[in-house]
Each structure stands twice: as C-alpha cells, then as structure tokens.
Design a protein around this ligand. Sequence first.
Ligand code: PXG
Length: 274
Amino acid sequence: MYDHGFLYGDGIFEGIRAYSGNVFKLREHIDRLYSSAKATMLDIPLTKKEMINAVVEALRKNELYEDSYIRLVVSRGEGDLGLDPRKCTKSKVIIITDEIKLHGREAKEKGLTAIISWVKRDPVDATSHEIKSLNYLNSILAKLEANNAQVDEAICLNKEGFVCEGVAENIFTVTNDLVVTPPTSTGALRGITRQVAIDIAKALGYVVAKKGVTPADLFLADEVFFTGTAAEIVPVVEINKRKIGDGRPGPVTRKLMEKYRQLVKDPAHGTSVR
Ligand code: PXG
C-alpha cells in the first residue's frame, strides 16, 4: 500500500512480447529498463543478466511457450506517506506474464482512426516520456480524448506544436517514399519497434529521416503508421477526420508490417523461452 509506485507513480516499466517462444528484443528492453532506472536514480536489485533469466523463468513457470506478453515493473518500493524517495530502501521488481489476445487483425487490415489531442506531451525538461516511467497520466488523458471522440487512438504534440508520438506508440509518415519519424528530442520514447521499423525501411531501400513533423505534415502524408510493442506496426488512415492518402493502409506500411511479422519470430532478434 505504501509502495511509491502506487502512491506516486514512482517507478519504471517495460512492455515486452514473445512470439512463438521468442522474446522479441528482450535485451533491448532490459537495456532500456536500466536506462530508465539510471535516469530516475532507482536501484534494481538484479543484474541485467539475472533480469533476463527471471523473465524467461517466469514464462517457463507459467508455461507460456508461444505468444505472450510480459510486463516488467520496478517501483521505488515501500516508503511512507511522503514522496521523499529516501524513505524507500528497497525497490520492488514485478514480472507479469500473460497470454496475449490476438486482437487488432481488423485494425491492421483497415487501419486506425486518430485525433490530435489537446493534451500536450510532457516536455523534455519535465516528466518526459523519453523515460519509461509509471507516470502515464499524460497518455491516459490523451486516450480519454480519443475515446470521447470515438476514434481508436490519440496523437500527442509537444509544446512547440510538433508531432511527438501516440499514447503508447511512436509515429511515422511516408511522403513520396520518404519515411519520417519525429526525433526523440520532441519528447518521444526511443521506441524499440521504432528502431526495428527504421531498420526494415532502410533494408528495403527507403530513406528514413528523423525530423520535425507538423500536424499539416500528417494530414498531407501519403501514409501514416504507429509502431509499438503492443501495437506492432499499424496503419493510421484518418486523423481529425482527414483521410490519410486514399484512406486505406498504404503500400510502404504494408511492406513493413509483412517484414515485421517475419522478424519477430527470428531467434536472431530475441531470446528463446526454451
Ligand atoms: N511511446 C510510448 C510513450 C510508449 O509507452 C512506445 C512509444 C513504443 O515503444 P516500443 O519500445 O514498445 O516500441 C511506447 C510503448 C501497454 C504497453 O500495454 C505500452 C507500451 C509498450 C507495450 C505495452 O500499455 N508502450
């Protein structure tokens, strides 16, 4: 009850997926968890190697040898009813493993609808989403707006008005075959799926740029898509009632989705449960 993760959102997390027993990009997720820990001065009582083993062990114990979802949470631990982290002497590690519902087939085929939210991304000199902390109220407020507008997702701008990311996804545009994603200096998370999408796009011969994206850039793009561990690669076909391109998932997005589907099962890009 007095855990500061619960009382103050004082903690960090990772969301990870396994495909056919391959924990996709586990090492990269663990690296990012420890980076979040460093930035928030949180001590994790396990080495990276022990953490990797603990994740695999949890999947084995729960007999999740195929597709699964892993949530790693490290909270500041038990303290008192004051926010001073010095009161918390022992951080707490929680590993949740679950089955993943194979949702989103329709979203992948038809694409998502989205709105640009009035809720601005927390600035980089505040509770920046560059750090994957338990502070997600910023995303949740944006998601509420999407729900109220009866669309699938929300897109967050930063204080300067540049496009940052989705609520739990990075965002890309494709315009005249140029693939663009906002730099993390907008306040976006250094997404693991984002990097995979960049690598795939480059391997397919596309030029990829990390540069500023404006709302107008979104409206006028040929294609827009989200990337994220949960979302994977998913097309966005409508933003604030503007059709993106012809309003259907575009060819570049579909190519990236296809390659991504192959990659996630590749043991070269993950850690085996068996
Ligand atoms: N931006 C934010 C703010 C995120 O939280 C991403 C981008 C995409 O990053 P990855 O590394 O996943 O490509 C995230 C990821 C969940 C959930 O169930 C959330 C995320 C990942 C997995 C599950 O809420 N956020």
